[in-house]
Design a protein around this ligand. Structure first.
Ligand SMILES: Nc1ncnc2c1ncn2[C@@H]1O[C@H](COP(=O)(O)OP(=O)(O)O)[C@@H](O)[C@H]1O
Ligand SMILES: [Mg+2]
Length: 168
């Protein structure tokens, strides 16, 4: 049987992509500042996937987002609790997820996170969030492989029309 090629195309392939930011970040303070700037673009229903190895700066960036959003409480790694909600007065909360120990999209689903009414940042979330939203951001952080500097290369890509024309 020959399938119509459009039926064979995944939703992600049909989603528009938008390059939003690409730069070298030299220090953890600069990473924090980038988080504050990123926060200005975020609203309820937004989903941000943070990609990068251990120590890349995913939590450092999220801490900046938390400051930018003016959340209650300190943002720290949710490695052991998996997800932590940081409230804001009369505004969408920040939900910070560390999906490292979640093996599948259904394990993330079991957490019952109200994504539509939250701003969600998910460390190690790549491949787990495909059915959650039609639009999302991917933040890719890579380290200087020579190990000589603490520089991080950051690339932020928006998926879906929500991110058309958005820049940081
Ligand atoms: N340019 C940089 N960007 C981000 N973090 C940096 C940078 N330089 C040094 N660091 C340090 O690297 C560590 C990053 O840790 P963290 O944010 O917890 O990473 P992850 O959540 O990706 O595992 C922090 O100790 C931070 O101070
Ligand atoms: Mg982390």
């Amino acid at each position: 049987m020959v399938l119509d090629s459009t039926e064979n195309t995944s939703a992600k392939e049909l989603t528009s992509t938008h390059q939003i930011f690409e730069q070298v970040i030299r220090t953890s303070e600069d990473m924090h500042e980038l988080g504050i700037l990123l926060a200005k673009q975020l609203k309820a229903g937004d989903l941000v996937i943070l990609i990068g190895p251990l120590g890349a700066g995913k939590t450092t960036l999220t801490r900046g987002v938390g400051e930018g959003l003016g959340v209650e409480g300190n943002v720290s790694s949710p490695t052991f609790v998996i997800a932590r909600t940081h409230k804001r007065e009369c505004q969408a909360p920040l939900v910070h997820v560390d999906a490292y120990r979640l093996g599948s999209p259904s394990a993330l689903d079991d957490l019952d996170i109200p994504f539509a009414s939250s701003i969600a940042l998910v460390e190690w979330g790549k491949g787990l969030t495909d059915d959650i939203s039609e639009h999302w951001l991917e933040v890719e952080i890579s380290r200087d492989t020579s190990g000589e500097t603490e520089e991080r290369q950051i690339k932020i890509t928006g998926y879906g029309d929500r991110w058309a024309g958005v820049s940081i």
